[in-house]
Design a protein around this ligand. Structure first.
Ligand code: NAD
Length: 256
């Protein structure tokens, strides 16, 4: 299947590792030019060395000035066709323990600044009558994950924003969707398992085994499996998929 991504320009945020990196690599394999943003250029350069279609850009999502600098640079070059909104996950913790300042700072980096970046990058897509906006959230928006209150709360806001935007730009040939990972095996998942092991005074392997057992597929997903779905949503072939939440979770979410 030709996904029609050859020559398209994509921006992938939070792509120094994990899901962002896998998505950037998948889009590159389909012939897209990819602007790969992260706080550390070293980490991007470590995996992207020698790849002409990769354009590493340094950007901290918690810093609005850096977000605007990146947007200005991209708009000066005609903008992008595809935006993959991704951010770092917040620290684990309960709703009772989460303080106001944590809600605000994580909301900025995980939501408000992504909304701002997307809105500013939309006009060239609207002019070209083609665009894709895909935001990575979490299975926690459908089935809140214990001890991840900041994530459950803030990512639900991203879903509401995404659906609102989808309705507003569908007529311009722009699709806007949310993808919901459920335990895709990245360093973040290993870090969360390590934190759970420490909290419960169990062995990490034991915690990971118990977590895998809650997933009908019986395993964690691979970053490439996740990236394949995102790449399809970014493609020309997915032009009629918009305003949706797509689960990539091995069946982990219990509801239908
Ligand atoms: P990860 O922590 O491995 O990668 C996150 C990426 O975002 C990294 O490249 C990191 O450097 C970057 N980042 C962090 N803070 C940033 C900032 N302020 N500015 C710019 N970049 C920043 O996580 P992942 O497993 O690849 O997941 C990606 C997102 O999806 C995370 O928000 C995570 O919480 C969420 N998520 C992942 C899963 C999963 O199964 N892996 C499940 C639910 C939610």
């Amino acid at each position: 299947m030709d996904l029609g991504l050859n020559g398209k320009r994509a921006l992938v945020l939070g792509a120094s590792r994990g899901l962002g990196k896998a998505i950037a690599q998948s889009l590159l394999a389909e012939g897209a030019t990819v602007f790969v943003a992260a706080r550390s250029l070293d980490k991007i350069e470590a995996w992207a060395e020698g790849m002409d279609a990769v354009h590493p850009v340094k950007m901290d999502l918690s810093d609005l000035a850096q977000v605007d600098d990146l947007v200005n640079k991209l708009l000066g070059e005609g903008g992008v066709d595809v935006i993959v909104n991704n951010s770092g996950g917040p620290p684990p913790g309960t709703a009772l323990a989460a303080e106001r300042c944590a809600w605000i700072s994580h909301f900025e980096a995980m939501a408000a600044n992504l909304f701002h970046l997307t809105t500013r990058l939309l006009p060239p897509m609207q002019e070209r009558k083609w665009g894709r906006v895909i935001s990575i959230t979490s299975s926690g928006v459908e089935q809140p994950i214990p001890n991840l209150a900041l994530s459950n709360g803030i990512r639900s806001v991203v879903v509401g924003w995404s659906k609102s935007l989808a309705n507003e730009v569908a007529g311009d040939g722009i699709t806007v969707n949310v993808v919901m990972p459920g335990r895709i095996h990245t360093e973040r998942v290993d870090e969360l398992d390590a934190a759970a092991a420490k909290r419960t005074q169990k062995d990490i392997a034991e915690v990971a085994k118990a977590s895998r057992a809650t997933i009908p597929a019986g395993r964690y997903g691979k970053p490439e499996e996740f990236a394949d779905v995102v790449t399809f949503l970014a493609s020309d072939r997915a032009g009629y998929v918009t305003g949706s939440r797509i689960r990539i979770d091995g069946g982990a979410i219990k509801s239908i």
